[in-house]
Design a protein around this ligand. Sequence first.
Ligand code: ADP
Ligand code: ASP
Ligand code: MG
Length: 410
Amino acid sequence: MTLLVQKFGGTSVGDFERIKLVAEKITQSKKTGQQIVVVVSAMSGETDNLVAMAHKVAAMPDPREYDVLLATGEQVTIALLSMMLIDMGCPARSYTGAQVRITTDNAHNKARILKIDQEKIKADLQAGIVVVVAGFQGTDEHGNITTLGRGGSDTTAVALAAALQADECQIYTDVEGVYTADPRIVSNARRMERVTFEEMLELASLGAKVLQIRAVELAGRYNVPLRVLSTFKNGPGTLISYEDRKMEHQIISGVAYNKDEARILLRGVPDAPGFAAKILGPISEANIEVDMIVQNIALNGFTDFTFTVHQRDFKRTMSIISPLADQLDIREVLVDDKIAKLSLVGVGMRSHAGIASKMFQVLGAEGVNIQLIATSEIKVSVILDEKYIELGVRALHEAFGLDQEPLQED
Ligand code: ADP
Ligand code: ASP
Ligand code: MG
């Protein structure tokens, strides 16, 4: 008997009619003899509402209490979906993360799953019951409620699929798979049949929020077959897997963007050993992730040092950097939170020269100024003014012919 983990995102359970549609989909899969574990998100917009509530009552909401609040969204949908399934004659049972015993570390608001107790789930599946699990949540070893970071229901689904050795982890969402660019921005973006874990990891980390990055990491580590597909339209979706002979022959697989970054430029940093660590050490101690880092060759004993952080961490970063800049005799701190990151991703870059220069030419021809550049083996990212981001995504998609079907290897 096949075992499937099916995850339904916020828009897929956005109102009662949609939850009904999801319930019908599940009963259909069940009728074909499959065992099913379902993971659901909160109804669309609900987690955002909870976040807004927290910020109304506190300037810096306590992380533990923030998780207690945010985890409530998913509890509503597991109950509603299970009620509907039972009403339709399909045995179902809902579980919060705590009830399943999804144990995480204690990093509130971005916890990592450490282990999952399979006992209750397996017993229910044996008894022909559909198990409905709340995504995005767990508890730490002391029983405190934790959440897994925005978009974390994807990670719950993959972790369950890995623990239960499911045949496939299916991520149902509001688009028909993983596209060459966000289909909401590029109207002729193309759905990809298959993407490698490596490319998906880059796409997710560079802003393609169709999958949470940790979900892709976990799926790669445990070799969980992962498929993204639409709740509303039947189709094969996109399979994320290790590279094989049948992989598409595309040098570039996609364009990604991220508007949520802020840039901090430190001008006139003394050119002496240890300064980079003195600047970034306190930031990493505050658990703030730094994305791009650029330092120039020093001139006359001084250098410039630039880095980017997530916008939500910007204020906190500045509360560390401002006093530090005085202490370290840094001449000037210039900030910009209206920037965006635009990236090209593709495993084919390894063997093809000239991708970055073509990218810069295309952007230059559109009058887009590049502020920072970062490259890795399979990606090129640039920082630009936020107002050019949609223009940049469309221009690159067009110039690299990403709407064209790639060649297939036999
Ligand atoms: P869910 O609520 O189902 O988890 P998300 O909103 O988290 O859905 O993710 C789906 C969204 O991801 C799509 O609506 C789409 O706008 C966006 N997206 C961004 N980049 C891509 C891409 N390359 N392929 C598909 N979707 C993408
Ligand atoms: N409800 C959570 C969020 O909005 C988790 C998820 O949807 O995956 O981020
Ligand atoms: Mg999501």
